[in-house]
Every structure is written in structure tokens, then in C-alpha cells.
Design a protein around this ligand. Structure first.
Ligand code: IMP
Ligand code: MG
Length: 182
């Protein structure tokens, strides 16, 4: 099926809007980390597309590492995040920026921060592309965020619905018939 045939309801963030915001975030982060250097830790798979554009727009050198954590459904039911793939490298004494696709109720990020803090990074901050503030279980503010969006389920630019639509270059809602098939 062609990308143009994706069952999109509404484009929430256009490709141009995303690219522009990602570049400006990267410039801000480059200036903030110019002295110390930066170690990017991305949460797969959702943050993959954001990380690819964001890291290439940085004007400072960066190192990258990845984690995989348990799925959204599991996160919801247990309130606790399971690490399916841990980092390849230690983060002790490094300036770590955790890169996320979206912070929703915040359970995933809070749990990751607790785990990573125990490893004694020199600093630990969070950069998320999307911030769904309304859904927060406990107060949490990312250090950097691309866009605040309302409480709606979106796909594209790394975000999926049942593993689909991650490669759309924009962020959109899906037509409601899509969900009725499952
Ligand atoms: P939280 O623990 O509710 O903050 O969960 C965040 C995770 O839920 C993200 O990393 C995504 O994997 C997933 N998620 C939350 N909202 C959406 C969405 O609108 N589309 C796709 N995935 C989402
Ligand atoms: Mg995710």
C-alpha cells in the first residue's frame, strides 16, 4: 500500500513544521551542551525517526545509545517499565540526554529516569518531540520538548499503531474505522 493511502483523519503536524522545530531544538541543545559534550540515549522504536533528524541537526559531536522498553499496553497495566534491551555503554560521568517520541502519562519516562539516575551520569535531561501534558499521572516537565499536543492518539514520524505508520513524514490522527478492525 502507498504512503498516500494511509487512513489519515487529520495531519496534526506537517513535515515542514516538524523539520523546522527539530532543527531549532537541536540548535538550542547544541548551545547548552557545547562545553560538556552530549550522550544521546533514545528509546526505541518510537524515537528512532526523531533521533535521526535531531542528531544530524546538532552542531556538536554526539554519541548515541539505545534502549528498548516494554510496550505501551504493558506500561499501562503495570505502571512499571520493563527493560527489554539495555544500553550498550555505561553512562557514569556522561552528560546524558534521553530522547523520547512522546510523553503521555509519564510513567515510561519517570521509570527510565529512576533507573538511569542510579548509574550516576554527570547530568540527565529529557528531550521529547511530543508532550501530551493533559494525561500526566504525576507532574513532570521535560527539559526540552518539540510540541505540546492535546490528548489524542497520533501516528507517524516514528509513532505507530500496531507497528504501522512509523515511516510517515508527518504526524497525524487515524480514521476511527482503523481501530474498529482490531
Ligand atoms: P507514557 O508512559 O504514557 O508516557 O507512555 C509513553 C509511550 O506510549 C510512548 O513512548 C509511546 O510508545 C506510547 N504512546 C503514547 N501516546 C502515543 C500516541 O499517540 N501514539 C503512539 N504511541 C504513543
Ligand atoms: Mg516510545
Amino acid at each position: 500500500m502507498k504512503v498516500e493511502e494511509a487512513p489519515i483523519q487529520e495531519i496534526v503536524l506537517s513535515e515542514e513544521a516538524i523539520q523546522q522545530r527539530v532543527r531549532s531544538l537541536a540548535l538550542q541543545v547544541s548551545s547548552d551542551y557545547a562545553e560538556n559534550g552530549i550522550h544521546l540515549v533514545a528509546v526505541l522504536k518510537g524515537a528512532l525517526v526523531f533521533l535521526a533528524d535531531f542528531s544530524r541537526a546538532l552542531t556538536i559531536q554526539a554519541t548515541l545509545d539505545f534502549m528498548v522498553v516494554s510496550s505501551y499496553q504493558e506500561t499501562r497495566s503495570t505502571g512499571e517499565v520493563r527493560i527489554l534491551k539495555d544500553l550498550d555503554y555505561p553512562i557514569a560521568d556522561r552528560h546524558v540526554l534521553l530522547v523520547e517520541d512522546v510523553i503521555d502519562n509519564g510513567v515510561t519516562i519517570q521509570s527510565l529516569l529512576t533507573t538511569l539516575k542510579l548509574r550516576k551520569p554527570a547530568s540527565l535531561k529529557v528531550c521529547t518531540l511530543l508532550d501530551k501534558r493533559e494525561k500526566r499521572a504525576a507532574p513532570f516537565q521535560p527539559d526540552y520538548n518539540g510540541f505540546v499536543i492535546s490528548n489524542q492518539f497520533v501516528v507517524g514520524y516514528g509513532l505507530d499503531y500496531n507497528e504501522r505508520y512509523r515511516n510517515l513524514p508527518y504526524i497525524a490522527t487515524l480514521r476511527k474505522e482503523v481501530y474498529e478492525h482490531f
